[in-house]
Design a protein around this ligand. Structure first.
Ligand code: PLP
Length: 396
């Protein structure tokens, strides 16, 4: 007898992975250059040079036994100090090494955080559309996942709908800005309204309601847009960060949790994070990757390429009759399907060798996600296919 729950999770891969696997097969059949794969959020831009330079320096100059040895369970002290100093300098926070916990990326940051706070009977709210793994992480931590749709049209937080969903069982609201899959950056107005609502609900129910702020795309913004730092607007905020996207290091698995010192009983909460990390086996994140952080924090890969892709895609797709919010951040575009069934639309797109992700797995219907973290050349080559798809539906 094995765990039915885990068996089911392992057998069914995510919709995104399924399309990606289909793409690999199709590329082998008709050639890589003839398949326009927009399925995965795998950065297409090299890490900034400082990453490799720091790795080289560490490998050449440091004692290898220490360099590759265990760090303490919550992470290397110098790394945690560097992160706290960066957050303090950038956002004016009072973070120190004591409230930073190193993880293997945002996925681990989220699952450790959820396990640290969820008790029996708790609910965790997500704002739809949302990163599909939130359901897996929240349910596995024992919470009931509650979906609240974002505002139709601009995908900002719908505070009125959220107010109806928060109740005495609500333990946390997960937010993600810049957002996967919409590319939307939640405005200061949205974050302030969210903070006001949750503060009132905390008083009403007499217990903390956490904001879990999932921030792997924090630095990926365009046109001078500012991302409000959630912990500066709301006390009970736990920030889940990852270097996967900012430094183009998704395979290296490195990130952190910052338990804001404004959280109620933050020291106890931080202990619970340490406990969850221990229980899940997420202790001592990869040592070499932790040790590059002090030299690399605040740097990003060349995001101008994503910006070029964003502008090109938006300009051309809207000219062909596609509708979408012009994204301010991350590297995704969330486009309205030309028919109600996004799955059916993606099948129609496949006939033009266009691989898009239907929105159903993000908790909304009728849209597709385009990951534009590809080469600009791929987008240029794919434009006739987008055009032909629009033609199929009589848009041009
Ligand atoms: N959260 C969001 C919104 C994401 O898009 C991703 C990855 O694509 C993750 C979390 C997981 O990131 P990581 O690779 O750092 O675990």
């Amino acid at each position: 007898m094995i765990s039915e729950k885990m068996l089911a999770l392992g057998k069914k891969s995510s919709a995104i992975r399924e399309i990606f696997e289909y793409g690999k097969k199709r590329k082998a059949e008709i050639g890589e250059e003839n398949v326009f794969d927009f399925s995965l959020g795998n950065p297409s831009v090299c890490p900034p040079p400082v990453v490799n330079e720091t790795i080289k320096k560490l490998v050449e100059e440091e004692n290898p036994v220490l360099l590759h040895g265990y760090t303490s369970a919550p992470g290397d002290m110098e790394t945690r100090k560097a992160i706290a100093a960066y957050l303090a300098a950038t956002y004016g926070t009072d973070d120190t090494a004591e409230n930073i916990y190193m993880t293997v990326g945002a996925a681990a940051s989220l699952t450790v955080t959820l396990n640290a706070i969820v008790c029996e009977g708790d609910e965790v709210i997500v704002l739809a559309p949302y990163f599909p793994e939130y359901r897996v992480f929240a349910e596995n931590a024992g919470a009931k996942l509650v979906e609240v749709p974002c505002r139709e049209g601009d995908f900002q937080v719908d505070v009125e709908k959220l107010a109806l969903a928060v109740n005495e069982h609500t333990k946390a609201v997960i937010i993600n800005s810049p957002n996967n899959p919409t590319g939307v950056v939640f405005s200061e107005e949205s974050i302030k309204a969210l903070a006001t609502l949750l503060s009132a609900k905390e008083k009403e129910y007499n217990h903390p309601i956490y904001i879990i702020s999932d921030e792997p795309y924090r630095e990926l913004v365009y046109g001078g847009v500012k991302v409000p730092y959630t912990a500066n607007y709301y006390g009970n905020t736990i920030s889940c960060y990852s270097f996967s996207k900012s430094l183009s290091l998704p395979g290296e698995r490195i990130g952190y949790i910052c338990v804001s010192k404004k959280c109620e009983d933050w020291r106890e909460l931080f202990f619970a994070v340490c406990g969850a990390g221990r229980a899940l086996g997420f202790v001592c994140a990869p040592s070499l990757m932790q040790k590059i952080v002090p030299a690399c924090i605040g740097k990003t890969s060349d995001t101008s390429i994503y910006d070029t892709n964003r502008k090109l895609l938006y300009r051309e797709l809207t000219a062909y009759g596609y509708e979408c919010v012009n994204p301010d951040g991350a590297f995704y575009m969330f486009v309205k399907a030309f028919c109600e069934d996004a799955g059916e639309f993606c099948e129609a797109a496949k006939k033009h060798e266009l691989l898009l992700v239907p929105s159903d797995s993000f908790g909304v219907t009728g849209y597709v996600r385009i990951s534009y973290c590809v080469t600009t050349e791929q987008i240029e080559r794919a434009l006739p296919a987008f055009r032909a798809l629009a033609k199929d539906y009589g848009k041009i």
